[in-house]
Structure formats: structure tokens, C-alpha cells
Design a protein around this ligand. Structure first.
Ligand SMILES: Cc1cc2nc3c(=O)[nH]c(=O)nc-3n(C[C@H](O)[C@H](O)[C@H](O)COP(=O)(O)OP(=O)(O)OC[C@H]3O[C@@H](n4cnc5c(N)ncnc54)[C@H](O)[C@@H]3O)c2cc1C
Length: 387
């Protein structure tokens, strides 16, 4: 089996996790990443229990727990700070067997990369095409055309996946979800609960990510493509009078720490994630809105399941193994993507005053145990025994 060779296109969280899963099952792996170097990008990330379990299967659970921050308690609030629903971290841990972890995206990316042999990652490599039957990949390596052949090709090239466009040309491109979001990771030592607060058509969330840092995100309904010279000033204008500690958090944020992203999702689900020797995963397969904090979590699940499906297979058996991967991953990840979209419609995007009042009353009347079970529906995944 030692000769089986995989090429992973894309060195984001999904691609690196897939490379690690395959490497742990004895595959020779190369990651082709178009960025000239793996930069420390992004801000914070919530890893729900399903992702933490996936990282346990990849041997990184302890490192992630020690570098990030376990969710202690949290819930949903109004812009004035009134609690609509509260989740107890200990109850959640009891139900799911592990807590969720807030972590800096760059920390997670570094842990994944450092768990791989150093020669696995090839940066400055932009893939342009793949032949699903032969596994031949064509790419540009720092201005020079190059090609490589693999038994397995993993398309982990994100929202605007080239592999998806080449192999599924009929699938429409990602669609704007109607929301623009800002994020930042900030040094902030005051203890704060993990919380998402809603105003009409708006939300503000905060998550401790360890090392005395806090990750916040804010979202509003807006046309796509808007940009401001000072994004932090825009956030302050919209959220500066929200409940404590939001004003203090924004005051502690350096303007250059703020990232703005228009939210897109793959509104037309793929009929399959695999073609011949190629498997898609992560945002390439099922880009979703971030309302359930599940995009990267699902990419980690994909990676673990792909590794398990391809454990011990010979080159001729790869298409069959990928069919099994598709069967295990597509229904679940597409259901989570759908639920995430609906959570956004019911949450951040709701703005009609009567609808907001009705939703808030319903949330306040929902027993904590039912809210917990609702949350657990999406996070109660366990790696296969062979992972
Ligand atoms: C505001 C916001 C908040 C979020 N919060 C959370 C959260 O709390 N929890 C969570 O789980 N998820 C969250 N997500 C979702 C999460 O960020 C994504 O789902 C996840 O990063 C997808 O990882 P990926 O590896 O599939 O894709 P990406 O991270 O996009 O990685 C793709 C990689 O492929 C490379 N690439 C692209 N094209 C090529 C090419 N042709 N050749 C070579 N390389 C290429 C890119 O440079 C990139 O490095 C959030 C998203 C947003 C926008």
C-alpha cells in the first residue's frame, strides 16, 4: 500500500486535515497550495464537538484543547443583552462527551501543518485542471507549467473551487447570502460568555480563543461588494451602543485586525462529491453560511471520513472507496448546510419587528434541555472506528 499517492489541492483547514488523515493511513501526500506561503490568516473559529472529535482522530485533540479555550457557557441575547436562551457548557460536555473549542484559525492551521512531514506542502502551486480518470493534475508552479499524476486527487480548494467548476460545470457558482460580516481577534482579558446577540437583521458574537484573546464577529444585511476605508468605524457605528462588553471590545480592537467578508454559499447542492479519482471536500463540496459555525467542522469530518474510506486501498480500488466516502458525507454535510442557511434566516437575517418578537418569545419559552438537544443534532458525529 506504501505506493499510493494522493495530491490535495488547497492548503486550508480542509486540505491540511485531509492530508494528515491520508498520511496517517500510509499515503504519500502532496498538498498544492496557490498562496506563495502559508500565511497566518483569518481570526477566530469555533470548533464544535464534532470537529474536536475529528481532531482527536487525527491526533491533535490534546493540542487543540490546550491552545484554544473551551466554551464554558453561552447562549443567545438581544442587542440590549437580555438572554433569549442559555446553554450550560458542562451540560453540553456531558451530552456530547467533549466541549466546543474557540481557537485562532492560524493556530489550528499551524498545528495541522506541523503534524505533516515538511516536504508535503508545495506553495506557489496554482492548479488549473484535473483528469478524473487518470488523476493527472496540471498546475502552474511559480510561473512554470507543471503536471503530476496521483491515485487520488482531493479538491480542497475552497468556495471558488477550480476542480468543482471543471468537473461539475453545470452547477451554478456560489450565491451571495445577503449578509456581510466583520471579524477580529483581540487581546481582551475580561471573562465573557460565548454569546451571539441579535438585533433586526444584525448579529454580534464573541468567543474566547485562549491566550487572553477573544474573537468577535458582526454581521448585517447589505448588498455585496461594499468596502469602507475604516471598517472598524462602520462596525462601531452599527454596534457601538450594544450591550456590555461590545463597546469595550470594539474599543480594544486595532483597525487593522478587522476582516470583512461577504457571505456566499453553494445554494445548489452537488449530486455527488466524487468523480473518478477525484473527491471534493470542505467549502469546495458544500460551502455554507457560517450561522451554525460548521463550515470548517464539516471539512474536518470530511477529511477524517475520506482517510478512513481510503485506508489500505490499492490504486484500482480508489473510485470505489470514494463512492463510499460520498455516501457517508454528502447527506450529512448538505443537511448541515441547509440547517445553517435556515438558522441565518431565523436568526441574523430576521428583521420584521413582529417576526423578531415572535422568535424571541419562542426562544425564551424553549426549555434549556430542548435547546441543547437542538444544538446537539448537528454536532453529534463520531469518527468511524477505522479512522
Ligand atoms: C465570517 C465567517 C465565520 C466562520 N466561522 C466559522 C466557525 O466558527 N466554525 C467553522 O467551523 N467554520 C466557520 N467558517 C467557515 C470556514 O471558515 C470554512 O468553511 C473553512 O475555512 C473551509 O475550509 P476549506 O479548507 O474547505 O477552504 P479554504 O479555507 O477556503 O481553503 C482553500 C485553500 O485552497 C487554496 N486554493 C484555492 N484555489 C486553488 C488552486 N486553484 N490551486 C491551489 N490552491 C488553491 C486557497 O488558497 C486556500 O488556501 C466561517 C466562515 C466565515 C466566512
Amino acid at each position: 500500500m506504501g505506493g499510493t499517492r494522493a495530491v490535495v489541492v488547497g492548503g486550508g483547514i480542509g486540505g491540511l486535515a485531509a492530508a494528515l488523515a491520508l498520511h496517517r493511513h500510509g499515503w504519500q501526500v502532496t498538498v498544492l497550495e496557490r498562496a506563495p506561503e502559508l500565511r497566518e490568516v483569518g481570526s477566530g473559529l469555533t470548533l464544535m464537538a464534532n470537529a474536536v472529535r475529528g481532531l482527536d482522530a487525527l491526533g491533535l485533540g490534546a493540542a487543540v484543547r490546550s491552545r484554544g479555550a473551551a466554551d464554558a457557557a453561552g447562549g443567545l441575547r438581544t442587542a440590549r443583552g437580555r438572554w433569549l436562551s442559555r446553554l450550560d457548557g458542562a451540560d453540553m460536555t456531558r451530552l456530547l462527551g467533549t466541549s466546543a473549542i474557540g481557537i485562532h484559525r492560524a493556530t489550528l492551521q499551524r498545528l495541522l501543518r506541523d503534524a505533516l512531514p515538511p516536504d508535503v506542502l508545495r506553495t506557489g502551486a496554482t492548479v488549473s485542471d484535473v483528469d478524473p480518470d487518470t488523476g493527472e493534475i496540471r498546475y502552474d508552479l511559480r510561473g512554470e507549467p507543471a503536471a503530476v499524476r496521483a491515485d487520488l486527487v482531493v479538491g480542497a480548494d475552497g468556495l471558488r473551487s477550480v476542480l468543482r467548476t471543471r468537473l461539475w460545470p453545470d452547477i451554478p457558482p456560489p450565491v451571495y447570502a445577503g449578509t456581510t460580516a466583520w471579524r477580529a481577534a483581540v487581546a481582551f482579558d475580561r471573562p465573557v460568555p460565548v454569546a451571539v446577540s441579535w438585533g433586526p437583521g444584525t448579529e454580534f458574537g464573541m468567543v474566547p480563543i485562549g491566550d487572553g484573546r477573544l474573537y468577535w464577529f458582526a454581521a448585517v444585511l447589505a448588498p455585496p461588494g461594499g468596502r469602507a476605508a475604516d471598517e472598524l468605524a462602520v462596525v462601531r457605528e452599527r454596534f457601538g451602543d450594544w450591550h456590555d462588553p461590545i463597546p469595550a471590545l470594539l474599543a480594544a480592537t486595532p483597525p487593522e485586525a478587522v476582516l470583512r467578508t461577504d457571505l456566499y454559499h453553494l445554494a445548489t447542492p452537488l449530486p455527488t462529491y466524487v468523480r473518478g479519482r477525484v473527491a471534493l471536500l470542505g467549502d469546495a463540496a458544500h460551502a455554507m453560511t457560517p450561522n451554525l459555525g460548521q463550515g470548517a467542522c464539516q471539512a474536518i469530518e470530511d477529511a477524517v471520513e475520506l482517510g478512513a474510506a481510503c485506508a489500505g486501498v490499492r490504486p484500482a480500488e480508489v473510485p470505489g472507496a470514494l463512492a463510499a466516502y460520498d455516501l457517508r458525507r454528502r447527506p450529512r454535510s448538505q443537511a448541515v448546510a441547509r440547517a445553517s442557511w435556515q438558522a441565518g434566516r431565523f436568526g441574523q437575517q430576521l428583521r420584521h419587528p413582529a417576526a423578531v418578537a415572535l422568535r424571541n418569545t419562542a426562544l425564551r419559552m424553549t426549555p434549556a434541555r430542548a435547546a441543547l438537544r437542538g444544538m446537539a443534532r448537528h454536532t453529534d458525529w463520531r469518527p468511524p472506528a477505522s479512522a
